[in-house]
Design a protein around this ligand. Structure first.
Ligand code: PHE
Length: 357
């Protein structure tokens, strides 16, 4: 058989096989049989060098033409098979988004008060121009303490009953963050002022009774800009309390306090009348002007930039607002409790439509 006939036969055989390939791996096998290192076309290519020079040129050209045809046909078939594969996947994985929601799931599901209160807080602070920042539950001592002006051996490290993780060789010791103030540091280290963030998240302390659990939730607030003073902090917290407790006026008390990372430091109480319990002051949060050392620790100049920060217990203010008496129940996963204290899934809190209605 002449070389040309041999090539023609090969072409017909392979084009047939390619056409009848039913899936991509089948097609790949055919490709290797033709074009692979030991494929039939490649072997014929190698044989060319045994031919006389004048034949080599002619046969080389016809073999190359065969090769191109086979390659082109593989490409077309591959596209067809990929399309078929996609179509069958789309058919298989179809979701009918027009289906109505099942009424029983609406009747059964509840939003946990912590999630509800978090959504309410995010809604209020977004309206004031704050964005939501995030940080890890496991962080280093630098972000949780040192940069916050709590050096090692400072009593505040013990006060917080921190959970320390075992140090791995060559790495600094990590902790389960005892407060969300670590996110203040992370944000100041990576963003240029003006900074306006709230950072909600889980925090951990070795404590367990009716009002303390080893894991609870906080929301941190941080504002850094030029010319910021206590008046800004006070206004911001007043606006927050009014919106959160859904009242027109709220009586607040600002008490001098101490946190190593703020100066001055202020604890904020609200008149319990706000939530229908006259004659008592209820502590709602800790706050203050960010300590100049903290600002400097994060590479900013406290002469140019000042700011305020606050931190509140999400669980605590959820308990205040919704009359929940035992913190531990929040995390017990008891369905009866959830049915009682939980919120309906589609009632998303908005400032216009009402936070908790
Ligand atoms: N980190 C403090 C705590 O956990 C709260 C706080 C945050 C106080 C920011 C002042 C400023 O108690």
């Amino acid at each position: 058989m002449s070389q040309d006939n041999k090539y023609q036969d090969l072409e017909t055989i392979f084009l047939d096989r390619i056409d009848s390939a039913t899936n991509l791996s089948d097609l790949e096998r055919i490709r290797v049989a033709a074009m692979g290192k030991k494929g039939q076309v490649s072997l014929l290519m190698q044989e060319l060098k045994n031919l006389l020079p004048e034949h080599r040129k002619i046969y080389g050209q016809s073999l190359n033409a065969v090769k191109s045809k086979i390659n082109a046909s593989i490409k077309i078939r591959r596209e067809e098979l990929e399309k078929l594969q996609l179509e069958s996947r789309l058919l298989r994985e179809v979701t009918d988004v027009t289906l109505p929601i099942r009424p029983d799931s609406l009747a059964m599901g509840r939003v946990h008060p912590i999630s509800q209160v978090l959504e309410e807080i995010v809604e209020i602070f977004s309206d004031l121009g704050f964005s939501v920042a995030d940080g890890p539950d496991i962080d280093n001592e630098d972000n949780c303490f040192t940069k916050l002006n709590i050096p090692s051996h400072h009593p505040a490290r013990q006060d917080m009953d921190t959970f320390f993780l075992k140090a791995r060789s060559g790495c600094s010791r990590k902790v389960l963050r005892p407060h969300t103030s670590s996110v203040q540091i992370r944000t100041m280290m990576t963003q240029a002022p003006p900074i306006k963030i709230i950072a909600p998240g889980r925090v951990y302390r070795c404590d367990n009774d009716k009002t303390h659990t080893p894991m609870f939730h906080q929301v941190e607030g941080l504002l850094i800009d030029r010319g910021i003073h206590l008046g800004h902090l006070k206004w911001c917290l007043q606006e927050f309390c009014k919106a959160f407790f859904e009242v027109d006026k709220v009586k607040m008390r600002f008490r001098a306090s101490h946190f190593p990372f703020t100066e001055p430091s202020i604890e904020v109480d609200i008149d319990a009348d706000t939530i229908g319990k006259p004659g008592e002051w209820l502590e709602v949060l800790g706050s203050g002007m960010v300590h100049p050392k903290v600002i400097r620790n994060c590479g900013l100049d406290p002469e140019c930039h000042q700011g305020f920060a606050f931190g509140m217990g999400l669980d605590r203010i959820a308990m205040l607002k919704y009359g929940i008496s035992d913190l531990r129940d929040m995390f017990s996963g008891d369905l009866r409790w959830m049915r009682h204290y939980g919120f309906m899934p589609l009632d998303v809190p908005t400032l216009i439509g009402g936070l908790s209605s």
